[in-house]
Write a protein that binds this ligand. Structure first.
Ligand SMILES: O=C(O)C1=C[C@@H](OP(=O)(O)O)[C@@H](O)[C@H](O)C1
Ligand SMILES: C=C(OP(=O)(O)O)C(=O)O
Length: 424
């Protein structure tokens, strides 16, 4: 079927799935590793990177700034250079490119223009831009506080202390931290406002910076300090993408089958680590072995009451399982998802209800009550995680067709083939 096929008939599982799946690398780790390699003193390598729309956009953006990113087998070799403009950066709809790159662009010699998909112009970046201005950057955003914008780099950034409200996206903080060691005075970030979401992603930033020899103080709540220093990115081996593991583990849960995810890390900063708790609460049983992490479905699929603020990225998959559960679910703490690839709260409610379900929006989440579903089109809103959620529902409901399944290429271009293997 061509990539542009509008509707993808989601396979229905006639029998419980029984599969072992090897997933590509983590988007979040790959794009952090590329950033750190670009800022590093010496050349380095990113091993087993994810190759997808979001990570290819990051690599292309770095190249446009004069940094060498070359393929070497399945790896990327990065030859750092002082970033230079003029350059144009296409962020697509990648939050990581749209937020992580501007601080690096502020260090560039010359202008760096940013734009992306229409949705990227609606996603929040204003607090990050304001913070960069406080730290010395010259930014022309036409007063919009959003894309398109141009950063007029002057070769260096003063840095220092800055306050910002990062309740809209943890990526504002990660962005300043990733480049902060290269600011003249380093950076001290103080968050003021409702809680910052996605704590595991902040932990990932701190861990990867420390592994690159950067001193980060994260000991005070809502405050982070990075001392000015060289970045020494070594070789980073990227973990499998555990957020993309979610729909595959969900396949075992909702069909009462078994799925093993190969190479599940013992320790991980990825939010997907929380799947072991969430999917166990929803009826799955986990075993960890040398071959990876296995979810055994028990035949029972329970609803869940959960604050998903820290792991918002998992919401679409958890909601898909909840739509198939025997008891109600209440998912909260995720108001910021309204500014993700799409308004995920509204989109999930609309699509679950369109299949006959009973879902309701909350200001910061959704409630899903059990009701039998029927077939129909599951719209994906150019959102990779909406598309994979439609696939999960389709396993248990005849006649589900996912619109624009190709949008999974944002983080998992091989989704259809992997799903076919797992569900065959
Ligand atoms: O730093 C990262 O790699 C990410 C942080 C999170 O962003 P938000 O805090 O904006 O939700 C997450 O949802 C996104 O998919 C990836
Ligand atoms: C929110 C997500 O992506 P982004 O990095 O574009 O924010 C996501 O992958 O669920």
């Amino acid at each position: 079927m061509p990539e542009s096929a509008p509707h993808w008939p989601a396979p229905t599982a006639r029998t419980p799935v029984d599969a072992t799946v090897t997933l590509p690398g983590s988007k979040s780790m790959t794009n952090r590793a590329l950033m750190l390699a670009a800022l590093s003193e010496t050349p380095s390598a990113v091993r087993r990177p994810l190759r997808s729309r979001d990570t290819d956009l990051m690599a292309a953006a770095l190249r446009s700034l004069g940094i060498g990113v070359a393929e070497s087998g399945a790896d990327w070799k990065v030859a750092p250079a002082h970033p230079r403009g003029p350059a144009r950066v296409d962020v697509g709809n990648a939050g990581t490119v749209m937020r992580f790159l501007p601080p690096l662009a502020a260090l560039a010699d010359g202008d760096v223009a940013f734009d992306g998909d229409p949705r990227a112009r609606e996603r929040p970046v204003g607090p990050l831009l304001e913070a960069l201005r406080t730290l010395g950057a010259d930014i022309d955003d036409g007063g919009r506080g959003a894309l398109p914008l141009t950063i007029r780099g002057s070769g260096a950034l003063a840095g220092g202390a800055v306050r910002l409200d990062a309740s809209g996206s943890s990526q504002f903080v990660s962005a300043l931290l990733l480049s902060g060691a290269r600011f003249d005075a380093g950076v001290e970030i103080r968050h003021e406002g409702p809680p910052v979401p996605s704590q595991p992603h902040l932990d990932m930033t701190v861990e990867m910076l420390r592994a690159a020899g950067v001193s980060v103080d994260a000991s005070t709540p809502d405050t982070w300090r990075v001392a000015p220093s060289p970045v020494k990115a070594g070789e980073v081996v990227v973990e499998p993408d555990l957020s993309n593991a979610a729909p595959f583990l969900a396949a075992a849960l909702v069909t009462g089958g078994r799925v093993t995810v190969v190479g599940w890390p013992e320790h991980t900063a990825q939010p997907g680590g929380a799947l072991r708790r969430l999917f166990a609460d929803m009826g799955g049983e986990f075993t960890a072995g040398d071959d990876g992490l296995t979810l055994h479905g028990t035949g029972e699929v329970r609803g869940i009451t959960a604050d998903l603020r820290e792991v918002g990225e998992l919401t679409p998959t958890v909601a898909a399982v909840a739509a198939l559960a025997e008891t109600p679910s209440r998912l909260t703490g995720i108001a910021h998802l309204r500014r993700h690839e799409t308004d995920r709260i509204a989109a999930l409610v609309r699509e679950i209800n369109a299949l006959g379900g009973d879902a309701e929006e909350l200001p910061d989440g959704l409630v899903i009550r059990p009701r039998p579903l029927h077939g129909g089109v599951f719209h994906s809103y150019d959102d990779h995680r909406m598309a994979t959620s439609g696939a999960v529902i389709g396993l248990a409901v005849d006649g589900v067709e996912v619109e624009n399944i190709a949008t999974t290429a944002k983080t998992l271009p091989g989704f259809r083939d992997l799903w076919a293997e797992v569900t065959r």
